[in-house]
Design a protein around this ligand. Structure first.
Ligand SMILES: Cc1ncc(COP(=O)(O)O)c(C=O)c1O
Length: 411
């Protein structure tokens, strides 16, 4: 994998920010887009724009074919058995809300338990909390060790006969820690519970195989894997999706809406999955562009993507620890269990100060609590700065980042 060649495909990387070459280290928030994805968006609107699944005219048929092709390719990408198991949503947040409402509202009752970890992004905590207030079930939180790794013993001990679903991120968006989802899925199934995986930070960075891990639901976002915003995926096992009620009502998600003779009653039957969960006109162009993003990543190879990110992480963490005096890096010391995400603080400065200072030098990093406040409580931090890498980042960029960190330390 050649990041210097890859950079040529990303027009934005030619930009200067505050007179400095752009160094984009906020990839966990969203990634930049290659020419191929930008071109797919332009090509769709210039040549194929029509609504999907509706009309018999050429443009509608072309749009439908392109859109449904994406579904097939994404099914292959995550090794789903059937493209009907791929539901298009806005992103990870909507995917988890879909499960919490659609599955949770009809399968969870008072006395039931939902198991979530303390390292989750808020989008894997808040929907369960909201629905628990409606249905009266309990949400239990599994502990995380001080270094940000999952406390497997605590997680596994919290399963009971009342546990109906376990919800866990595959990779933490704060620490980059990779969780053993296959192990937790096995324990969940032994207890008769389902397993939902938040793949927002894993699907873009490593091979994720839903059948090998035997997970029931997987949520991820297109914009974190070179695709546009507003398109994401919920994978669900077909037999589960078939039994679930729709999330939203409207066009496309029904088979039939018919009134009785006296017009007093309306009879509605649902469409089959995945369309049952895709009410209204979807983000057609977003889906088609996501297909290009997936093809781009497949061409590189997901193992190569992960290898590159791990190399940069090891390089950066080593330099941050040896060249800087006031920088503290959080997360496990064992870097082989991590993805390319580095949370850190600079003694005496707020994370926003650090990020603003970096911005002066054209370096984009994240600051705050990254929608994961509970994990910051574990780290005993108000907030942290976060550098996160992707396929187009280089060791030279890390070197420049370290130089800037050393300047920050002089403040
Ligand atoms: C682990 C994790 N889960 C969920 C989300 C939410 O993703 P989105 O905002 O694309 O819905 C994010 C976004 O940062 C994330 O990192």
């Amino acid at each position: 994998m050649d990041p210097y060649r890859i950079r040529e495909d990303f027009p934005i990387l030619k930009r200067k920010i505050n007179g400095n070459p752009l160094i984009y280290f906020d990839n966990a928030a969203t990634t930049q887009k290659p020419r191929q994805v930008i071109e797919a968006i332009r090509d769709f609107y210039e040549n194929h724009n029509g609504n999907v699944h509706r009309a018999v005219h050429t443009l509608s048929l072309e749009a439908t074919e392109l859109y449904e092709k994406t579904r097939e390719n994404i099914a292959r990408f995550i090794n789903a058995k059937n493209s009907a198991e791929i539901i298009f949503v806005r992103g990870t947040t909507e995917a988890i809300n879909l499960v919490a409402y659609s599955w949770g509202m009809s399968n969870l009752e008072k006395g039931d338990e939902v198991l979530v970890s303390l390292m989750e992004h808020h989008s894997n905590i808040v929907p369960w909390d909201i629905v628990s207030k409606i249905k009266g079930f309990t949400v239990k939180y599994a502990k995380v060790h001080d270094d940000g790794t999952l406390d497997y013993a605590d997680f596994e001990s919290k399963f009971t006969s009342k546990t109906k679903i376990a919800c866990l991120s595959h990779v933490s968006n704060v620490s980059g820690v990779v969780n053993d989802i296959k192990r937790i899925a096995k324990v969940a199934h032994e207890h008769g519970a389902l397993m939902l995986v938040d793949g927002a930070q894993s699907v873009p960075h490593m091979k994720v195989d839903v059948r090998e891990a035997d997970i029931d639901f997987l949520a991820f976002s297109g914009h974190k894997m070179l695709g546009p915003t507003g398109i994401g995926v919920l994978y669900g096992k077909k037999d589960l999706l078939e039994k679930m009620n729709p999330f939203q009502g409207g066009g496309e998600m029904i088979k039939e809406v018919a009134f009785s003779q006296d017009k007093e009653r309306c009879y509605i039957s649902w469409n089959d999955p995945p369309w049952k969960f895709e009410a209204g006109t979807p983000n057609i162009c977003g889906g088609i562009a996501l297909n290009e993003a997936v093809k781009y990543l497949e061409q590189i190879g997901m193992d190569e993507v992960l290898k590159h990110e791990r190399m940069l992480t090891e390089y950066a963490v080593e330099k941050m620890q040896t060249c800087c005096n006031k920088v503290a890096v959080y997360g496990p010391s064992e870097l082989t269990s991590k993805c390319g995400i580095i949370p850190f603080t600079v003694d005496g400065l707020s994370s926003h100060d650090v990020a603003l200072f970096c911005d002066n030098y054209g370096i984009m990093i994240r600051s705050g609590f990254h929608c994961a406040q509970p994990l910051h409580q574990v780290f005993k931090l108000q907030s942290s700065a976060r550098a996160s890498f992707y396929i187009y980042n280089t060791r030279e960029e890390v070197d420049r980042f370290i130089e800037v960190l050393k300047e920050i330390e002089q403040l």
